[in-house]
Design a protein around this ligand. Structure first.
Ligand code: DC
Length: 229
């Protein structure tokens, strides 16, 4: 069967990675979480002291970009994790500190250029499901299947809140909702590769869908896309 590239873009916390991972494991594709890559750059910048309050020392970050190596590993249960310069940073990149700084970092042109180049290499051979904000518009504009996922702000904040509680964190719901809205705003209004539905993307609003329902929906889209090829 033809190996295609599947681009899944959309708002934050709308279940893109859940559906992408599930389809990838069923059809034997590689899953690439591009949000994790921007989160890892953000963690690096935080650790190096390049982010102080609302100000970012872009010049220092630019100089150190070539030293930032991001990859993915899998644990014994097959669960994927993010590696920053040899260290498993999966848990740290999901906390509130990184979440509250990742949008401004991902709005920086040279950060996007570096990540986009990496992502193109990772997806080169096809058989890849990549999720993010600009995969169908910028990284793989020729992807055979493009999905744009969304859900209401409140539903998304509840999902992120539950995820953080499950991980043993202690979030405040209102802060999570505020963060979801702020990230949407910055992601959609930045100059470089703003979050936007590709003209040929299929929209999925999963506010009132169960996970099995959305998995089935995505599988059907995949089957349709490969049989059209
Ligand atoms: O999917 P996520 O919430 O983990 O993404 C974290 C941030 O990274 C999000 O606020 C926007 C940014 N991002 C991006 O700008 N482009 C991508 N392809 C993926 C994520």
């Amino acid at each position: 069967m033809k190996k295609i590239i599947i681009a899944i873009d959309g708002h934050s916390s709308c279940g893109k990675s859940t559906m992408a991972k599930s389809l990838a494991s069923k059809i034997g594709y590689t899953y690439i979480d591009t949000g994790a890559m921007y989160r890892a750059v953000t963690l690096y910048a935080l650790r190096r002291g390049f982010i102080q309050g609302d100000s970012i020392d872009e010049e220092s970050l630019r100089q150190e970009m070539p030293q930032i190596r991001i990859s993915f590993g899998k644990d014994v249960d097959g669960v994927q994790y993010t590696i920053l310069n040899g260290e498993n940073v999966e848990s740290e990149i999901r906390g509130m500190e990184v979440s509250s700084k990742v949008s401004p970092i991902s709005a920086i042109g040279f950060v996007r250029e570096a990540m986009t180049a990496e992502q193109k290499l990772m997806g080169n051979g096809g058989a890849v499901i990549m999720d993010g904000r600009d995969i169908g518009t910028t990284v793989f504009p020729d992807a055979a299947l493009k999905i744009f996922v969304t859900a209401s702000d409140e539903v998304r904040a509840h999902r992120r809140y539950d995820e953080m509680v499950q991980k043993g964190q202690n979030p405040v719901y209102e802060d999570v909702l505020k963060n979801v809205r702020e990230r949407d705003y910055i992601d959609s209004h930045r100059e470089v590769s703003p979050l936007r539905k590709a003209d040929d993307a299929i929209i999925l609003d999963n506010s009132y869908m169960t996970i099995p329902e959305q998995d089935e929906w995505l599988m059907n889209q995949y089957i349709k896309a490969v049989s059209e090829k």
